[in-house]
Design a binder for this molecule. Structure first.
Ligand SMILES: N[C@@H](CCC(=O)N[C@@H](CS)C(=O)NCC(=O)O)C(=O)O
Length: 213
């Protein structure tokens, strides 16, 4: 039995949903609404002491940190594989995951942007410009890295990998929140377009979640 605790608009929840759907796993959904600070309640902090979504409950064990969850999913459910067979290829896919998960996502996260406003007196416009800058750097880096890899329908070759699971939510946020023109990044645009018609990515999309309003 798998329970995902998430929020529709959260990029880390989005990447976890993509991987769960790509693996074809059925799971129960529980929402923690970040807008009403449900992630800071005693009840949720008992689940994740960091007060961050997502969390995955697997047979009573609580998993946190989305990349750890993705890696667990790949190990526990190897088929369909979301990593290439070759160790060097895997390292390339994990580098793309790292750009999205370590270098882009944290700098646009709610608590970071809230701290810029509350502790450093930044306006909404300054905060948005700050977030956008790191996303643009991320888009540029991802595009350059993908151009070195196997060309196909997805970021790294012809099947979706954990890189697509991590990167697509950041592309979505970059386009929707910061209006970054995805067409300037052909490799990213191709994977983004494929995701828009792929059942697992559609099922995982923020707009298609029960808590989306
Ligand atoms: N490294 C963590 C980051 C989790 C994270 O930052 N989640 C965001 C939503 S995308 C969150 O819960 N933010 C609440 C906040 O910033 O207060 C992971 O990958 O799971």
């Amino acid at each position: 039995m798998i329970t995902l605790i998430d929020f529709f608009r959260s990029g880390t929840s989005h990447r976890t949903r993509i991987a769960l759907h790509l693996k074809g796993l059925s799971f129960e959904h529980r929402t923690v609404d970040l807008r009403s600070m449900q992630h800071k309640t005693k009840e949720f902090l008992a689940i994740n002491p960091q007060g961050l979504v997502p969390a995955l409950i697997v047979n009573g064990q609580i998993l946190t940190q989305s990349v750890a969850i993705l890696e667990w999913l790949e190990e526990a459910y190897p088929f369909p594989s979301l990593l290439p067979k070759d160790p060097l290829e895997r390292a390339h896919v994990r580098a793309l995951m790292g750009v999205a998960a370590c270098d882009m996502h944290p700098l646009g996260n709610l608590r970071v942007l809230q701290s810029l406003k509350a502790d450093h007196e930044q306006s909404d416009a300054q905060t948005a410009a700050f977030g956008k800058r790191w996303y643009v750097y991320g888009f540029e880096a991802l595009e350059a890295l993908c151009s070195r890899g196997p060309q196909g329908s997805w970021l790294w070759g012809d099947t979706p990998t954990l890189a697509d699971a991590c990167v697509i939510p950041q592309l979505y946020a970059g386009v929707a929140r910061y209006h970054i023109p995805i067409s300037d990044y052909p490799h990213l645009a191709r994977s983004y377009a494929n995701a828009s018609s792929h059942p697992a990515f559609i099922a995982a999309h923020p707009d298609n979640q029960p808590d989306a309003v």
